[in-house]
Design a protein around this ligand. Structure first.
Ligand code: ADP
Length: 273
């Protein structure tokens, strides 16, 4: 009887603990939902006034409201640049919220990787020119296609390219390589910039984390880009990683499953939601 009483008491205790865990889980879930909702509302609410602010600055900048005195040009330039930084941060926050809530839409279709890379390089050409860095492409010779969402993949490529540019010296070269490795296709973004210290991988792909000391940055960032990129890449059943050496450079690479001809004929493959 003693043993069964002990057993019963133990059982009651475990039930009690289970109940506490369940309640804790409910509270965590509710808090998470409130956080998501808050993030989404705030981001949307910030975006509208910012758009109008940027438009007004643009008007002043273009001289549409009359000649801008020289001494004000610099101040207006700084305001415009900060507006741009804020817009990127808000977009990143919105993207992060969407992707984590499973609300980011992906439209998968066969994508030619050489073409994709060319488009991404073109879209960052102005930024590269401003920093005095040359961007070259080493395309793959074989027909390299993957199943992907082109605009999301361009977003990932833009992030890798702008990082490579941000952390490189003027006069250097960033190379984007596309190569087939058996049934896989690899896209690499190679820079000869500052490099990433050892053991920083978790921080590099984390949220709001930057591993460099801010004085070497030419352009600000949110520390969200690579976290979003990783989540987008994973939705493609692909992987993202890098190798780096301090003071020598960094190569980020994306590995995708190559689309075979038979798969191509099936056309647009929707990824599971
Ligand atoms: P950020 O908006 O700060 O660029 P990311 O998530 O894109 O955020 O990158 C996270 C951090 O990883 C960067 O702040 C930087 O410290 C490091 N990093 C990313 N790419 C490179 C690179 N090509 N060279 C050196 N450091 C890099």
């Amino acid at each position: 009887a003693d043993i069964s009483l002990k057993f019963y008491q133990n059982y009651q205790k475990q039930l009690e603990q289970l109940k506490l865990i369940r309640e804790e889980n409910e509270r965590t879930k509710a808090a998470y939902e409130i956080k998501s909702q808050f993030l989404s509302t705030v981001s949307h609410e910030l975006r509208t006034p910012l758009t109008s602010l940027k438009a007004s600055l643009d008007l002043v900048n273009k001289g549409a409201l009359g000649e801008v005195p020289e001494h004000l040009k610099r101040a207006i330039g700084i305001a415009a640049k900060n507006g741009e930084t804020l817009a990127v941060l808000i977009d990143d926050l919105l993207d992060l919220q969407r992707i984590e809530a499973g609300e980011m839409k992906f439209r998968f279709k066969p994508v030619n990787v050489n073409d994709l890379v060319t488009e991404a390089v073109e879209s960052t050409a102005d930024f590269a020119a401003k920093l005095g860095i040359q961007v070259t492409i080493t395309p793959c010779v074989e027909d390299g296609r993957i199943n992907g969402d082109p605009s999301r993949l361009i977003q990932v490529m833009n992030n890798l390219l702008s990082n490579a540019l941000k952390f490189s010296e003027a006069g250097s070269t960033v190379n984007v390589r596309v190569e087939t490795l058996g049934s896989r296709i690899r896209v690499s973004v190679e820079d000869t910039g500052v490099g990433i210290p050892e053991g920083a991988k978790e921080r590099v792909f984390g949220k709001f984390t930057q591993v460099d000391s801010s004085d070497i940055r030419k352009v600000g960032g949110t520390g969200l880009g690579l976290n979003i990129a990783k989540q987008i890449v994973e939705r493609h059943d692909a992987s993202i990683d890098y190798v780096s050496e301090l003071g020598v450079g960094t190569t980020f690479f994306l590995d995708f499953d190559r689309l075979e001809d038979t798969q191509h004929e099936r056309g647009s493959l929707q990824a599971p939601a």
